[in-house]
Design a protein around this ligand. Structure first.
Ligand SMILES: [Zn+2]
Length: 172
């Protein structure tokens, strides 16, 4: 660990860029803007409330699993529109389901229909989000996970087979 102070890039609306997967992080980053490779970081600006949730869950996750989970699109720095109906305020993020292998990085996609999909671990990961009071809704199309968590917090939405979408409450 170095002692240097790391300042994360900041957008106009107080959104801050997610640290780009430091070595000791419990997550890795993936995703892009408009399918352009290498642009993922541009869409990883989070509201400070979401950022602290990510760090809390990342730490907790590292105590129960030694695989990294994938964090994809959050928001653009200026809250602009980019291929999502939402993802404009830094309060929504996409994450990949957990794979049975240890593959990470942009090509480590995993759908709930894949053999490599680790449902039990994905359930444990989504639980960490679902039990946090700031989390308002989660979209993920695995109905077994939906009913295991209960309370109607995890629901289906088109396209949410290879990632789950987490939205926190609107910051006051
Ligand atoms: Zn999303």
């Amino acid at each position: 660990m170095s002692n240097s102070i790391r300042i994360q890039p900041r957008g106009q609306k107080g959104l801050v860029m997610l640290p780009q997967a430091p070595e000791d992080a419990g997550y890795y980053v993936y995703g892009n803007v408009s399918h352009k490779p290498g642009t993922g970081a541009l869409a990883q600006y989070a509201h400070p409330d979401l950022m602290s949730l990510i760090f809390r869950i990342e730490r907790h996750w590292q105590t129960i699993d030694d695989r990294k989970f994938g964090i994809g699109n959050i928001s653009l720095a200026d809250g602009g529109k980019f291929g999502h109906a939402t993802h404009r305020k830094g309060i929504e993020m996409d994450c990949r389901p957990v794979r049975k292998d240890r593959m990470v990085g942009p090509s480590a996609r995993c759908s709930r229909f894949d053999k490599i999909y680790d449902r039990d671990a994905t359930l444990r990961l989504i639980c960490l989000f679902a039990e946090h009071p700031k989390v308002q809704l989660i979209y993920f199309n695995d109905d077994i996970i939906q009913s295991a968590i209960g309370g109607g917090i995890v629901t289906s939405w088109a396209g949410h087979d290879d990632h789950f979408h987490v939205q926190i409450r609107e910051p006051s």
